[in-house]
Write a protein that binds this ligand. Structure first.
Ligand code: NAD
Length: 461
């Protein structure tokens, strides 16, 4: 679609939104149920597309893309009535007699832009929030995961009027063309550098944004741990989807006194999970494309590979890899890894690691493994990140009540569950006054002395 065609589509959505149809509670629920049915009926097509794009196995596809979205739909359906209710809040004495409320109203037409790593879930999860809040939606799936993008476009086209929900395929240029004065909100998931471009374009029209970005997630391993469980939780969280997860542990900081024992525990776990002869046929995701394969492959030269490092360009496969003795000034130290490579560093003192982490960009996620409650509190209270998980990694995703989103360089805004509904709504303040009484003190000519006003204002709010 060219810019002119996109403009016509956006105009149609504006008009449809003005009709008020999307605001009706029963309509929102019906559409969420329809969305759920579309997913269930097309499960095998979704599996196929994810396999073609990422070589993603059915278990990881089901848990992280299909069940994840269905669970979000179920949770939203269950709570939507309550979220939509206007909330009565306290009214100041000055305004009495009156009633004060917060009303949630939809924003209008929202644009949802998604990345390729969970190409289905990261488009459909915010879509649920946008529908629940009563908006019209334009979806822009990632062109990099082209099979999933094609499938999503087809499913949306087959099931929804374009004036209500539409999926537009394409890359950067199409996305930029979609950013116009007719868009009321942009929900972007992707790279921090691209996030800056989105925010810049949105600023021309003062469009508010959510930016769900990436970065480097530290994972600290103290001495007071269960070695076997810690290794399992880290290996699972890191190599799920071949490390192409925004919240996967980017690097390990292992207490120096346990480093050898812990590395052995990691190796044992990888062998248990994936077999000693892991190869490109294994049930493990592959790298999305050659560009990312080459980028990751070059990171293998940034230090000593102590386990793994097997790769096969033809099938875009890199095996789970552990590295240490990382060279100074190397890219693996500064860039988000976003692949199955896990560099291991050691530390002596937690306080100084906290200081170092606090000098870097605020991470999307921070992990600490320890039984020591004082150290747990230190990490929670003395660092800033989108989320913290103690004694776990990507486990935070399995939650309806923990909202998701970064802080600072790792993002702006929160979503999932109620947070999604709030993101895609405007919370409008409403004051309903009565004619019964009208306080004269407010009006000129002001006859009350300043001293009296000062005293009165202590009670009037
Ligand atoms: P990306 O930023 O390259 O692309 C994301 C989307 O933006 C795509 O739909 C793409 O077409 C579009 N796009 C790319 N360049 C653009 C431009 N100049 N102008 C307008 N639109 C543009 O991200 P990616 O490579 O698809 O995904 C990987 C990144 O996303 C990683 O950094 C990862 O950490 C991050 N991510 C974050 C989250 C989160 O929830 N915080 C989740 C998944 C991925």
């Amino acid at each position: 679609m060219n810019k002119e065609q996109l403009n016509i589509l956006q105009e149609k959505q504006k008009e449809f939104f003005r009709s008020g149809f999307t605001k009706d509670y029963r309509h929102r629920i019906a559409v969420l149920k329809l969305l759920k049915n579309i997913i269930i009926e097309n499960e095998s097509k979704i599996f196929k597309a994810l396999y073609e794009d990422l070589h993603k196995g059915q278990i990881e596809s089901y848990t992280s893309e299909i069940a994840y979205v269905i669970n979000e739909i179920n949770y939203t359906i269950k709570h939507l009535k309550c979220w939509m209710k206007s909330k009565r809040v306290r009214t100041s004495l000055m305004n009495q007699p009156a009633k004060s409320y917060i009303y949630s109203e939809p924003l209008g037409t929202v644009l949802i832009i998604s990345p390729w790593n969970y190409p289905f879930a990261l488009l459909f999860t915010p879509l649920i929030g946008a529908i629940a809040a009563g908006n019209c939606v334009i979806l822009k799936p990632s062109e990099v995961s082209k099979n999933t993008s094609n499938l999503i476009a087809q499913l949306i086209y087959d099931n929804f009027d374009e004036q209500y929900i539409s999926a537009i395929e394409g890359g950067a240029e199409v996305t930029q063309n979609l950013i116009s004065e007719k868009i009321d909100y942009i929900f972007f998931t992707g790279n921090s550098e691209v996030g800056k471009e989105i925010m810049k374009s949105a600023s021309k029209y003062l469009i508010p944004v959510s930016l769900e970005l990436g970065g480097k997630n530290p994972c600290i391993i103290d001495t007071d741990i269960d070695f076997e469980v810690t290794a399992k939780r880290i290996v699972w969280g890191k190599f799920f989807n071949a490390g192409q997860t925004c919240i996967s542990p980017d690097y390990l900081l292992v207490h120096h006194s346990i480093k050898d024992k812990f590395v052995q525990a990691l190796i044992k776990t990888i062998n248990e999970f994936h077999g000693e002869d892991i190869n490109s046929d294994s049930d493990i995701s592959h790298i999305i494309n050659e560009k990312h394969f080459d980028r990751l492959n070059s990171l293998l030269n940034d230090g000593e590979v102590i386990y793994g490092g097997k790769n096969k360009k033809k099938s875009l496969f890199i095996s789970p890899t552990l590295m240490r003795n990382i060279k100074s000034n190397s890219k693996i130290l500064t860039d988000e890894i976003f692949g199955p490579i896990l560099p291991i560093f050691t530390y002596v003192n937690l306080e100084s690691e906290i200081e170092k982490i606090n000098k870097l960009h605020k991470p999307l996620s921070l992990y600490l493994f320890t039984n020591d409650k004082v150290k747990q509190d230190m990490i929670i209270q003395q660092t800033s990140s989108g989320q913290v998980c103690i004694n776990g990694t990507i486990h935070t995703m399995v939650s309806n009540t923990l909202s998701f989103g970064g802080v600072g360089y790792s993002g702006i805004g929160k979503y999932k569950g109620k947070a999604s509904f709030e993101t895609f709504s405007h919370r409008k303040s409403v004051l309903k006054k009565s004619f019964v009484f009208d306080a004269k003190i407010s009006y000129p000519p002001y006859k009350t002395s300043l001293e009296t006003i000062k005293k009165a204002f202590k009670f009037l709010y």
